[in-house]
Design a protein. Sequence first.
Length: 467
Amino acid sequence: MSNEFANAARPALENAQLRANLRGATHAIRERRARVTAELPDWEELREAGRRIKDAATRHLDVHLEQVERTVTAAGGRVHWAPDAAAANRIVGELIEATGEREVVKVKSLATDEIGLNRALAERGIRALETDLAELIVQLAGDSSSHILVPAIHRNRGEIRELFRANLPGTERLTDEPQQLAEAARRHLRNQFLKAKVAVSGANFAVAETGSVCVVESEGNGRMCLTLPELLITVMGIEKVLPRFADLAVMLSLLPRSSTAERMNPYTSLWTGVTPGDGPREFHLVLLDAGRSATLADPVGRVALHCIRCSACLNVCPVYERTGGHAYESTYPGPIGAILTPQLSGLRAGASLPWASSLCGACYEVCPVKIDIPSVLVHLRGRVNREVAGFGGGGEGAAMGLLARAFARRSRYERAQRLGRALARPLARDGWIARALPGPLGAWGTVRDLPAPPEQSFREWWRGRRS
Ligand code: SF4
């Protein structure tokens, strides 16, 4: 395994302010989530229903996707298939260029972050303006998102006030009161909404049966994007498809309680194709694969595609709480990122992420669709070892064979113990072997203290005492 995550996490671990911001925010959300989920006597049944729906949806994804194409087209929309990020960026760029517009509004979309759409549009001379408050903060700071739901979770109110004062005209007297910050962003965005001709959105769900697309958000800015412009382009990962409209009822009960700890989402927008005189005149749905089909081929890892991006697993993860999202170097941080990124981007790109976990299981306990993240982490560790590091066959197999032989007979075990002691004791300093292990074991020792082996084992001491 590489040390990429451990190295990327170091600056965050040394930043006390960042750790305090993360701890405050994640603890507040996780406590609220626990309260609102406890209100429902059938919460566990709802989770099981969510799991079954997502399982059925991914098992027959090919059928549901073809149905989406038919139903969206029948409702007046157009469906585009994007096998990878480059294709999705090209499709969106060409659609916008055809309108002659040089500026588009965007409603929060992880899929467009994943494919680097803003950068690709900038290369075509098109400016994408983020309209979600947290995304706007990240964009103004030239920063990157560090949380699925609260992309600016690493910034506190004082930092946001300074950012607004520096970037938004007329905000010199702004305080760090949340209402004032929200009002400043609202005034800045309102004009953009009114003049925008093109919007780009993500999607939380699409329904195969009806061709409806669904976006949930908290500020209402998303709804402005979805209704005011003339052209709406939605970029959606293929795993977001649900078979039936009734499935939405389960998902819309699970998602708000797990994400923002609300009983109901403040703004849930649903649209089906285009409707003359109401909303955008043109609608395009870009179905993004970008590693999802390959993920489906792994019978253990494919459950990562069940994720509904609620972020509950981030808020309870002891690793995320200390490192924040940037250390994951991916659009998807936290426990879900640790299993999704290596599968979507290729094992080599996210090879260290399956180790970014203590395997405590807190993520599994809160996941609204019951994704067994710890089991997938262990599975991916095995895959990285075999497919990237080349372990598992020759070297590792031989080492395990030797260990098995040593443990099989007491005499051999005791000889191995004596040999281990003779080799390890010279490495000890003040009773500990810390950061001094040779070769590949050195990385193991950078974050762990290994006590020096005692001069004699318990058995030796016992034998000596009896004799
Ligand atoms: S893995 Fe589960 S808990 Fe984590 S973001 Fe996805 S749905 Fe939410």
